[in-house]
Design a protein around this ligand. Structure first.
Ligand SMILES: [Zn+2]
Length: 359
């Protein structure tokens, strides 16, 4: 399409989550605007390619569902443009990201994200300006199914008759939920799930996953690189959280305060507030399992076979009042992190309390 110059002005790509529609679209935009494409590929060196590589091309706009976020100050309106920095960070590190991974990155997890009418105003404004460069302008809308009728109505006319060399590209996971008025104006394309070999190859070549892990994950990915990466991430998180939790509790149980405090420091060093909160939820879950085991109900504790020896050891060693107290400590830590309290102080305090109450 790009080579023939006959590019539809409105396109809709539909895929199962994480199957690669976004990387495909990004590469397509890159190719379209490349000054000297070679053998069906963008050159990677011209100014346009370099801007695309950083997702900073001035004529390519990204719209995605948002909500109010603690990433923004109270005076900033929650629109895509205001949260673009986090979108970019995520899309650069993993363009196969899943919907919930985006919401985490934007700080809006658990909220109903939407493409609201403010986005339509923003798009109209951007498209009314003459292009900053010589190529195509494009508006990439990720998840148009999150667009309400008002927004869609505002956009209808421009989607139908956009200015010259201007494209609308929609990426959806649920084409049946995209408003018919938008859907009917687009040429639509299915991005199929990747083959098992393809998923494994991308995991190895692009994301440095070991060959063995890549094969295991590719086999259960349903052709979605995003799903495979998410599961690998969960596994890593699980292993790391379990190590930290074990250090913390073993240190306390063995009356070794320095080990306990060191574990607290390592927890506090986790890379984001989401990871810190993730750890607290994980720890709370472990505490619940320990409580069940202590009450003689290990068969319904949901502890895995690998966890059971460690959790049973803690259950045998800890005092009767420990579990309810510990649950409270982890809950408290979560809410302090939400309120931006210094994480070293939060976890140092938590470690002290665990140390004092475990027996
Ligand atoms: Zn180029």
């Amino acid at each position: 399409m790009a080579d023939s110059g006959r590019v539809p002005h409105a396109m809709l790509f539909y895929e199962n989550e994480g199957c690669g529609a976004l990387p495909l679209v990004l590469n397509f935009c890159r190719y379209l605007n490349c000054r000297s494409p070679k053998n069906g590929k963008p050159c990677g060196e011209c100014p346009s390619c370099r801007q695309m590589a950083k997702l900073e091309h001035p004529d390519i706009h990204f719209i995605f569902p948002v909500n109010t976020s603690n990433r923004l100050s109270s005076s900033e309106k929650p629109i895509s443009a205001a949260l673009l920095k986090w979108w970019r960070e995520l899309a650069l590190s993993n363009p196969y990201f899943l919907e919930n991974e985006l919401y985490q990155a934007l700080g809006i997890e658990g909220k109903a994200a939407a493409v609201a009418v403010a986005e339509a105003k923003y798009i109209m404004e951007k498209l009314s300006l003459s292009p900053l460069q010589d190529g195509y302008k494009a508006v990439v809308v990720w998840l148009p199914e999150k667009m309400n009728a008002e927004t869609a109505n505002r956009l209808l006319k421009i989607v139908e008759e956009p200015p010259e060399k201007t494209l609308f590209i929609f990426i959806t996971h649920s084409p049946e939920k995209v408003l018919q008025t938008i859907f009917s104006r687009c040429q639509s394309f299915r991005v199929p799930p990747a083959s098992r070999e393809e998923v494994a190859r991308i995991l190895v070549e692009r994301f440095n996953v070991s060959e063995e892990q890549a094969q295991v994950q590719a086999a259960v990915s349903g052709g979605s690189v995003g799903m495979a990466l998410s599961r690998l991430g969960d596994r890593e998180d699980y292993n790391r959280n379990m190590d930290l939790f074990a250090d913390l509790l073993n240190g306390a149980l063995n009356r070794d305060l320095s080990v306990t405090l060191e574990a607290a420091e390592n927890i506090a060093a986790l890379p984001s507030r989401e990871k810190l909160k993730g750890f607290c939820i994980f720890a709370g879950d472990c505490i619940r399992k320990i409580y069940m085991i202590k009450k003689g109900m290990s068969s319904i504790s949901n502890a895995t076979e690998q966890e059971l020896p460690f959790l049973t050891g803690i259950a045998k060693g800890c005092g009767d009042a420990f579990c309810p107290k510990a649950l409270g400590y982890f809950d408290k830590a979560t809410s302090l992190i939400d309120r931006n309290v210094n994480q070293k102080i939060v976890f140092c305090d938590l470690a002290d309390r665990i140390y004092l109450s475990i027996r």
